[in-house]
Write a protein that binds this ligand. Structure first.
Ligand SMILES: CSCC[C@H](NC=O)C(=O)N[C@@H](C)C(=O)O
Length: 731
């Protein structure tokens, strides 16, 4: 690997290298009772630049858990056309949801049931016409669960839509104008005349196929599907699980009315956790009013249910509470509360985008999960009886393991007390590790097993985590003690001893975070000879709820100054070339990029940004999450609020656009033309304003790409063009 790629060919090959490392996404473990052998199956995601797609790879390890030796390995082999693949509780059966097309090119979904020797049956599930497409593991709605008796499968699917047709269609039946986009119960196969162009509201960015998910149960014996009808019709269902003895179902719902607000990256949406009793047909509310819920998980003995909640409304990602329900009494108890402020390295609270399916240890007391802990992704074990929290990580004194003390960990699941995790650092791609943890209350002497050879450390990159205390004038008077961090990645020093140019990288959200996990973008920038400063400005996740709240009402000032000050501190250390500074970031990171080049016009050589927020006033009525503007501006959100003469001036003043006349920095704009979150018009508005002011601007547009511009070819094009743009503006 070259340490400095400058020519287009070298840049492309550097990008190929950094995208060749797969990322683990999920794991399943099979352990036969009383046996020392475990079969660990992991799914990984890897870029295939030539096929222009992300491939899902299955790897399988057979491990003797007593000795730690790997007895056999299979894969990686590619998995295609599978929405779900789940082994039954006894381990005897496997259910797969497979997608395909029929001869007329119509979408098909099949549920296939296997035993250990053969496929037992295939059910052409859409042909039953009970519901629309089955929902995959989208991290928001989807779940796919065997009943404990193994006779039924529980899943989420889109509610069946009425067929619509033209007024001029002779087959049409029912007149339009009902405003009812759901299927009438009677005469379900008839076509609704005049409704074919009716607007269909969706759950927004990256969830544009989600309209009204419903809970479905397949009886495997009789091949019949029931769509459960007890959930209120203005609520979309998701994350469903079987309750004790398969007598009912626990399910989360999100309210549609008065209209849907985007759900992606937004855990604060009005939602509820219910128990649906299948015998009585009753629906009991389990969660607390005014709290938004996620991720219900029953203990192995089904006596306890845990879930996460945050306040309804407000910033789109916040510090969560861990709540436990004692199933017999339905008594609800907060196990881990929101943490307002955590000095130094104390536990900062729970922040998680996703919870593994299997979190409980066999003692029915402890659970494990990944969470952001300042600039590190950590795995924690929580005692749900007393709320005690312990970090689960490799003892860095273990020289055989040789793991960086700043490594980030991810939790994949626990089964029969065997925990499955992975670790990585900014200069070491992902490695698996597992361990038998028979006493989760004592994590002091765990023997870790590494099923693979340790991934090489990438010697062209070193990194360190820096702590920043806001200077006196920047202290937030309401949240005085909140500090923040940044991660500095340095490329291999050049022979000539010249200092590297610096890319200042700010994350989006603003409520998200950079951690020390392997990061393709930073690795790529370093390979190309740039230092990268990833700034976790106040408002980032993993630093306590006070940090998140400190930014509300202060976007465009506090976050901008945090990034600028971190940059100044790093330049003062003499590790980077302060005369060659570049700015990069997308979404809210693009808001910061465009703010910084406006507020500090003489600082940056060039900038590059993906789908930046540039004008809150014009974005208000076009984004899928207009409440975001209110939350970040510390205003009360009401669905009826309009962008009126009182609101608009305020939004304008917080926006990068208000600094447009000062901008001199050449900027590359990268736009996902299907972005529902920060609509393309934001970038085009900025583009035109710069053109009119004779500022150098280049604009790249990516059809069929959303807010994240994550199609493999589009993302690759963005990355290579960013470096080419920066290289062209190096003095
Ligand atoms: C009205 S969009 C605000 C910005 C956006 N926030 C939430 O979705 C954002 O910054 N997104 C991040 C996660 C990103 O795309 O990187």
């Amino acid at each position: 690997m070259a340490s400095k790629a400058t020519l287009a060919g070298e840049i492309v090959s550097a990008y190929r290298d950094v995208t060749s490392y797969p990322t683990p996404t999920s794991a399943d473990i099979n352990i036969s009772e009383g046996q020392a052998t475990v079969v660990l199956q992991t799914l990984w995601s890897q870029h295939d630049l030539d096929r222009k797609e992300k491939t899902t790879l299955l790897r399988s390890h057979t491990i003797n858990i007593a000795t730690g030796s790997t007895l056999g390995k299979l894969g990686p082999q590619e998995v295609k056309n599978e929405l779900w693949n789940k082994v039954s509780p006894s381990g005897k059966l496997r259910a797969v949801v497979r997608t395909g097309k029929d001869k007329q090119n119509e979408d098909k979904h099949y549920i296939e049931i296997f035993d250990s020797t053969r496929k037992l049956k295939t059910i052409d599930i859409l042909a039953l016409e009970k519901h629309g497409k089955i929902i995959d593991n989208d991290g928001q709605f989807g779940s796919f669960e065997w009943s404990s008796s193994e006779g039924h499968l529980l899943y989420l699917a889109e509610k069946k839509k009425a067929k619509t047709g033209s007024y001029f269609d002779p087959k049409a039946y029912k007149d339009s104008g009902s405003g009812d986009d759901d299927l009438p119960n009677e005469k379900p196969d008839l076509v609704r005349r005049g409704d074919e162009f009716e607007h269909i509201e969706t759950w927004g960015e990256q969830l544009t196929e989600r309209v009204h998910p419903v809970v479905c149960v397949l009886d495997i014996e009789s091949n019949t599907v029931s769509v459960l009808e007890n959930i209120p019709d203005d609520e979309s269902a998701g994350q469903a699980m079987w309750g004790p003895d398969d007598a009912g179902i626990v399910v989360c719902t999100w309210k549609h009315s008065p209209y849907r607000l985007g759900l992606k990256f937004c855990c604060q949406r009005k939602s509820a956790l219910y128990y649906l009793d299948l015998q009585k047909g009753s629906l009991d509310l389990l969660s607390q009013d005014g709290r938004a819920v996620r991720f219900p998980r029953f203990s192995p003995d089904m006596s306890k249910l845990i879930y996460l909640d945050v306040p309804e409304g407000g910033p789109h990602n916040q510090c969560a509470r861990l709540v436990k329900i004692d199933w017999a009494t339905r008594n609800r108890q907060v196990v881990v509360d929101e943490v307002k402020h955590a000095p130094d390295l104390e536990f900062p609270g729970i922040y998680t985008y996703n919870l593994a399916r299997q979190v409980w240890f066999d003692d029915n007391i402890h659970i494990a999960m990944s969470t952001s802990w300042r600039s590190i992704s950590a795995v924690i074990v929580v005692n749900t009886d007393n709320g005690k929290i312990t970090r689960l990580e490799v003892d860095t004194a273990d020289t055989q393991a040789n793991i960086n003390p700043q490594a980030s960990y991810g939790f994949l699941g626990v089964k029969r007390n065997v925990v499955m995790m992975y670790y990585s650092t900014l200069n070491q791609p992902y490695n698996l590790l597992l361990a038998q943890v028979n006493d989760p209350s004592n994590l002091s002497s765990i023997s870790w097993i590494y099923p693979d050879d340790h991934m090489e450390t990438l010697d062209w990159l070193t990194f360190s985590v820096l702590v920043h205390k806001p200077s006196k004038s920047r202290i937030n008077p309401k949240y005085e003690n909140v500090d923040y961090e940044s991660i500095l990645c340095l490329p291999k020093q050049s022979q000539s001893g010249t200092l590297p140019p610096l890319i200042v990288f700010s994350h989006g959200g603003p409520n998200s975070v950079f951690d020390t996990s392997f990061n393709i973008i930073s690795a790529f920038f370093c390979t190309c000879g740039y230092a990268v400063l990833m700034v976790n400005y106040r408002g980032s996740l993993g630093f306590g709820q006070d940090s998140i709240l400190s930014l509300t009402g202060n976007i465009g000032t506090q976050d901008v100054m945090d990034v600028e000050s971190a940059m100044v501190e790093v330049i003062a250390k003499g590790l980077v070339d302060g005369s060659r500074i570049f700015k990069f970031g997308g979404s809210h990171g693009g808001f910061l990029t465009t703010h910084l080049i406006g507020q500090y016009p003489d600082t940056f050589r060039a900038a590059a940004t993906r789908n930046p927020v540039v004008n809150l006033a014009s974005m208000f009525s076009t984004t899928d999450i207009n409440d975001w503007i209110f939350a970040q501006a510390a205003l009360e959100f009401d669905y009826r609020t309009l962008a009126d003469d009182k609101l608009l001036p305020y939004l304008w003043l917080c926006s990068p656009m208000s600094h447009i006349d000062k901008v001199k920095t050449p900027i590359l704009l990268m736009i996902g033309l299907d972005d529902k979150r920060v609509p393309p018009a934001q970038s085009f508005e900025y583009y035109k304003a710069l053109k009119a002011r004779n500022v150098s601007v280049r604009c790249l547009t990516y059809p069929k790409n959303n807010h994240s511009i994550s199609d493999v070819d589009a993302e690759a094009d963005c990355m290579v063009n960013t470096i080419v743009w920066f290289n062209n503006h190096l003095p």
